[in-house]
Write a protein of this length. Structure first.
Length: 659
């Protein structure tokens, strides 16, 4: 019969369990951005009644020395400590706990003194503990501890010696030099990946550069995109995301509305990458050159806009890879290459790579070289197309390899897939991900989903980016609700999500005509043709986009996800929630009318205690969308939203000082 518990030394009495945060038992790092805190909690306990001490140990992974932060017990053997991450890259942390012999002694002797018992022997025990600490100390501290040790046994009458034992300086010195010879250290080291702040907060805007020209039917260029930078800056865009900018294949090129055959002059889909003009490291010649692309990035940076690129690891039949590396593609029995299919849909213009090829190593290295190339041009944000159709191991290797050299790189996963798959991609390194927000439109499902994103354990690794629309997704809510629906979804995305994005100008111009009823495909989709957009359209909701993005920048509460809390409001068509900074110096309360046709009224319950507002205090709510200000008092206040005027309130809650 096996022996389950081998004898061990007499120490190590402390038990450390249930440590958070950790992802998949520590297999993957938790995520933070520079300047954020990592709050670590654990159950720490031991046999008997001795007092315990615990420290949180942390360091950058490149450092040999640990830094310590104290942990405090606050509930039934549950402890908490925290540290701040100050630079990009990996941090690691662990926990150490030990018996506080001096603290236990001090507590014990105090009980005896309070009950009038004799404590001369206990003073000798304390003296020995202090003398042992003096051996661990150096310099002046060692001398002071020796003096205290002497005073406890030869410091005159007992009352005076007891006073010495209770001295605050002695307590502080003993805390500095504890006996940790039998300390228990957590049997694993946990990790944190730290991104730059853009990973946590940003307003994204997707734009097809070929549709940036002013004249109808003219293929846009990077120079035309430059001309629109003032417009994008006024919108408050932080990240300008461009679909693939590479040459487009001609074989099986898709035509207007995804027609199987393109007519002469039709541009094809940007995701059908590669032609005789080049592949993933080339630029479509009608867009410009590498020099003009770098110039666009430089000009955008002057407006504090960062350019993100779409990387789609797939080829058109005309891509140079097809002839140069046929071993990277899966062949059918007739010798032809298997094109992409998602029955009943067929994508004859796209060849997927075969990641199970025996030549996988050369394929992996070449795929990484695509990212390396664009990083060398200055790109640091990548939206990755369909990452869930490539192996997890590939992404973990690629992302970690790139981060070792460029920790400021952000990877945004276009992973509209199953939850476990989406989460695995986030765990292994993707910085952000699309979410199911687009398909959460009823009050109960929005509340449930936003609560999950902001409060479930998955928030430690999964950063959602909320999009009301994409070039592939025109939800029925927008099709049916028109302009009020676009504003409502915009308000939800921009206030509930620290990261959110819109596909424009289709979004701000409220384009909502589907190719067919019951589908989410746009009629005359920009994926297959060049569009000309009227940015001066008086019905555009661009001014509202601008107000929301300016409000996001001005209010720190909107720049993270974790503080979001739903509020009770007595109307199934009204949804309410708030976000706040930790100290409650900034609070934003949002109410949205989900009914695109009818005025809805209700009473919202305001958590005054959480807002640090007294029940009899007056306070002001300032609407960022209309600039109206209302003075409220008490925890229940009236809401009325006419969707044809404005379907949402975005209130900044401000205390009033009575004169």
């Amino acid at each position: 019969m096996p022996v389950l518990n081998q004898p061990s030394r007499g120490g190590g009495r402390v038990v450390i369990e249930a440590v958070t945060p950790q992802v998949t038992c520590g297999r993957f790092p938790v995520k933070r951005v520079v300047g954020e805190k990592v709050v670590v909690e654990a159950d720490i306990f031991a046999d008997g009644h001795d007092r315990l001490c615990a420290s949180l140990l942390f360091r950058r992974i490149s450092s040999k020395e640990w830094t310590e932060a104290p942990m405090e017990s606050f509930l039934n053997d549950h402890w908490r400590g925290r540290f701040e991450v100050e630079a990009m890259g990996y941090y690691e942390f662990t926990i150490e706990g030990w018996i506080d012999h001096f603290g236990s002694w001090a507590e014990f002797i105090q009980k005896k003194i309070a009950s009038g018992q004799e404590v001369s022997v206990e003073l000798e025990v304390g003296s020995r503990l202090i003398r042992e600490a003096s051996d661990r100390a150096t310099g002046h501290a060692a001398e002071r501890l020796k003096n205290y040790a002497d005073a406890l046994v030869s410091g005159g009458e007992q009352r005076r010696r007891i006073k010495q034992a209770q001295d605050e300086e002695l307590k502080a010195l003993m805390e500095c030099y504890p006996d940790r010879s039998d300390a228990t250290r957590l049997d694993k080291i946990l990790t944190v990946w730290v991104d730059r702040p853009r990973a946590r907060f940003g307003s994204w805007y997707e734009m097809f550069p070929r549709s940036s020209a002013i004249r109808a039917g003219v293929h846009g260029t990077f120079q035309d995109v430059e001309q629109q930078l003032p417009y994008l800056a006024e919108l408050g865009v932080d990240v300008l995301y461009l679909p693939p900018i590479h040459p487009i294949g001609k074989t099986f090129r898709k035509g207007k509305n995804n027609a199987l055959e393109a007519t002469p002059g039709e541009p094809g889909s940007p995701w059908g990458i590669g032609s005789s003009e080049g592949g993933h490291k080339s630029i479509h010649p009608q867009l410009g050159t590498l020099d003009s692309f770098r110039k666009l990035m430089d000009q955008a940076a002057e407006y504090e806009i960062e350019v993100a690129l779409d990387i789609a690891l797939q080829c058109s039949p005309d891509h140079p890879y097809v002839n140069e590396h046929p071993e990277w593609f899966k062949k059918r029995p007739d010798g032809t290459i298997q094109y992409a299919e998602n029955p009943p849909k067929k994508y004859q213009d796209i060849f997927p790579f075969d990641f199970e090829t025996p030549a996988w190593e050369s394929l992996w290295n070449e795929m990484k070289s695509i990212f390396d190339f664009w990083i060398s041009q200055g790109v640091r944000i990548f939206r990755v197309d369909n990452p869930h159709t490539k192996p997890f191991a590939f992404w973990e290797w690629l992302i970690s390899s790139i981060r070792n050299e460029h920790p400021d790189t952000i990877f945004f996963a276009e992973a509209f897939t199953r939850p476990h798959v989406m989460h695995r991609l986030a765990k292994l390194g993707f910085t952000q991900s699309y979410s199911y927000f687009t398909w959460r439109n009823d009050k109960w499902e929005i509340e449930q989903y936003l609560t999950e994103l902001s409060q479930a354990d998955s928030r430690e690794f999964f950063r959602p980016n909320l999009w009301p629309n994409t070039p592939d997704i025109l939800h029925a809510y927008l099709q049916k609700g028109g302009r009020p629906a676009f504003i409502a979804r915009l308000a939800l995305a921009a206030t509930a999500g620290a990261n959110y994005g819109i596909y424009g100008p289709a979004f701000e111009l409220c384009v909502n005509v589907p190719k067919e009823l019951g589908t989410e495909e746009y009629l005359d989709s920009e994926k297959y043709e060049i569009k000309t957009w009227d940015l001066e359209d008086p019905n555009s909701i661009a001014p509202i986009v601008s107000k929301l993005n300016k409000g996001r920048r001005a209010n720190q509460a909107l720049q993270s996800d974790w503080s979001l809390r739903m509020l009770r409001i007595d109307n199934p068509f009204l949804i309410a929630y708030y976000k706040a900074t930790e100290d409650r110096s900034n609070i934003v309360l949002t109410v949205v009318n989900l009914d695109s046709v009818n005025t809805q009224i209700g009473w919202v319950d305001v958590p005054l205690e959480e807002f640090k507002i007294g029940w009899d205090e007056r306070y002001q709510v300032h609407d960022l969308l209309t600039d109206n200000r209302y003075v409220w008092r008490g925890g229940r206040n009236y809401i009325e939203l006419n969707p044809l005027k404005m379907p949402a309130h975005v209130f900044v809650v401000e205390k009033l000082v009575d004169e």
